[in-house]
Design a protein around this ligand. Sequence first.
Ligand SMILES: [Fe+2]
Length: 221
Amino acid sequence: MSAANPDPTLFDVIEAVVQGMLARMQTSLPGQIREFDTATHTATVQIAIDFEYVDDAGERQSYRPEPIANVPVAFPGGGEYGTTHPIEQGQTCLLVFASRSIDEWYRSGGVGNLPASKRRFDPTDAICLPLSPRPKSATDLPTYEASAMVVSMPAGGSLKLGQGATSFVALADKLATQFGILKAAYDIHVHPIGTPNVGVPTVLAPTITSNDVAADKVKAE
Ligand SMILES: [Fe+2]
């Protein structure tokens, strides 16, 4: 008991025990990704909120929990379908702490896993959801649209449909523009008769490259 209460009742004792248990029981907390292993999709994550305890003098003391290593990072998807996105160092995430040890399940998958450890709601059993529950700033939130799913990305970022996608998809408006240029050249061209350019149109159709019709960010295969 704290020094502030030298004569605790039974209720005080029970409450202190329960508070002590709750203090060690983690359910979900925001975190910050420190390192990300691209091969295993695991991360080292710093819990973003400091822990507290009451010292012998009854004073609240805080401390920063150790970063958690080898935290599985859960991207959306299942089976052979899934999405990934770049993980930036320092990115905010949401940590979910399993109520039992997930070690055996993580190694074997499936069902029927019996944990060797008896730990419950432990930081060691965190799963990292690389979500952004909090924007970096008020202007950092992508603009919400009521009738469209929007995939936002920074300048230089790209969206790939298929892991091996290397070609940028064509955009309808760019295609229409280039077809318009082709049509204009076709409509005005004539074929002069006589030397030296017998039969060659007076206006040649333009050369169109993939850059003329491609999207800047979206690749597909
Ligand atoms: Fe012609």
